[in-house]
Ligand binder design. Structure first.
Ligand code: S3P
Length: 169
């Protein structure tokens, strides 16, 4: 990994991007930025409310704009949202502006980690397991297209996962 560049985490909801990102940022002296939180800060409201008011398309436009803005900087640990890889322009930007790590997670782990979560609008679109399986299938090639490294956190907690990933970088 080029230390002057950005370290970017991609992967589905519940893969641990934010939790692992926090620990990696500390370890490498990078500035942690969570794309969803930045969108919320700029909009003054939650991701769920943006989906309600502007639809998914409105949210995606904001997401692309925030990624482009954030990735003008270097030295970031950027935790992206699970759908950041959907737009081709985003995928190009992610590849160009950082070392991209794809966090792997099983649908079973996602269901367990997100069991209490009510903040992710896509999970409310139907049976959670089915939604997550469909997203995983549809997005697998998109994550693969941007990833410099794929890292399976398995059943590790975020501290062990971050340590293992740091050693792999
Ligand atoms: C989404 C993932 C979420 C958030 C939004 C849409 C997705 O981010 O951006 O709910 O399309 O997978 P996390 O991956 O941080 O949960």
């Amino acid at each position: 990994m080029n230390p002057a560049s950005n370290l970017i985490l991609v992967g589905p909801m519940g893969a641990g991007k934010t939790c692992i990102g926090r620990r990696l940022a500390e370890r490498f002296g990078l500035r942690l930025v969570d794309a969803d939180r930045e969108i919320e800060l700029r909009a003054g409201t939650s991701v769920a409310t943006l989906f309600e008011l502007e639809g998914e398309a409105g949210f995606r436009a904001r997401e692309s704009a925030v990624l482009a803005e954030l990735l003008r900087d270097d030295g970031l640990l950027l935790a992206t949202g699970g759908g950041a890889v959907l737009a081709e322009d985003n995928r190009r930007l992610l590849r160009e502006r950082g070392f991209v790590v794809q966090l792997l997670v099983t649908v079973e782990q996602q269901l367990e980690r997100l069991a209490q979560d009510r903040s992710r609008p896509l999970l409310a679109r139907g049976d959670r397991e089915q939604v997550l399986r469909e997203l995983a299938q549809r997005r697998a090639p998109l994550y693969a297209e941007v990833a410099d490294l794929r890292y399976d956190t398995g059943s590790l907690g975020s501290a062990e996962a971050a340590a293992g990933l740091a050693a792999a970088l």
